[in-house]
Ligand binder design. Structure first.
Ligand code: ADP
Ligand code: 5GP
Length: 179
């Protein structure tokens, strides 16, 4: 379970992990938020309307779900359980509420916090990504202060300074989880 402030580089390091470990299955979350430019349905997220999200939730089709920044996000149950049943590792990116509910359901889940080297870096990354307006960026940075305060709840903390180093740490954490 990968969590951390928006803009810390979770998507970037997860892509790096999947390049190093193509056997790992990426859980694609469903969300009601609109797609950002360049995001593809079924790849980055499954983009669905609120009504469909509510129906899936009612049918128990999410392993966990949460409301983040006014949008709903959920981890589809079936793909993750199928992958785990065949002995593969699943990596999922989700907020702390989601990570903790997965941990309750699956106690051997490993919670990893991706931290930016500094808040200055976080702001620069969010600006550089060019996907959020200034108001959204300040909302995300304020939320980041809170998230960093709670990082003690994680099994591992990875500072994403250089992408390659952060990916290397993720590979090691995965290996260690099987010992
Ligand atoms: P998240 O998924 O946590 O919201 P992203 O993976 O989208 O974050 O990264 C946010 C921005 O920061 C992107 O533009 C990305 O290219 C950049 N970025 C990610 N990791 C690093 C890094 N280690 N150093 C510099 N820039 C980075
Ligand atoms: P973003 O809109 O920037 O892609 O994601 C916003 C937040 O939602 C991030 O903290 C991300 O980790 C979280 N998130 C993404 N998918 C899920 C999910 O399936 N479940 C939960 N609980 N949070 C998610």
């Amino acid at each position: 379970m990968i969590s951390g402030p928006s803009g810390a580089g979770k998507g970037t390091v997860v892509r790096g992990l999947l390049e190093r470990r193509p056997d790992v299955v990426l859980s694609v979350s469903a969300t009601t938020r609109p797609a950002r430019p360049g995001e593809r349905n079924g790849v980055h997220y499954i983009f669905i309307p609120r009504s469909e999200f509510a129906a899936m939730r009612e049918r128990g089709e999410f392993l966990e779900w949460a409301e983040v920044y006014g949008n709903f996000y959920g981890t589809p149950r079936a793909p993750a359980e199928q992958a785990l049943a065949t002995g593969r590792d699943v990596v999922a990116e989700l907020d702390i509420q989601g990570a903790q509910s997965v941990k309750r359901a699956k106690p051997d889940a490993v919670l990893i916090f991706i931290e930016p080297p500094s808040f200055e870096d976080l702001v620069l990354r969010l600006r550089g990504r060019g996907t959020d307006d200034p108001e959204t960026i300040s909302k995300r940075v304020r939320a980041a202060y809170q998230e960093v305060k709670n990082k003690g709840q994680y099994d591992h903390i990875v500072v994403n300074d250089r992408v390659e180093d952060a990916v290397e740490q993720l590979v090691r954490i995965l290996e260690q989880a099987h010992k």
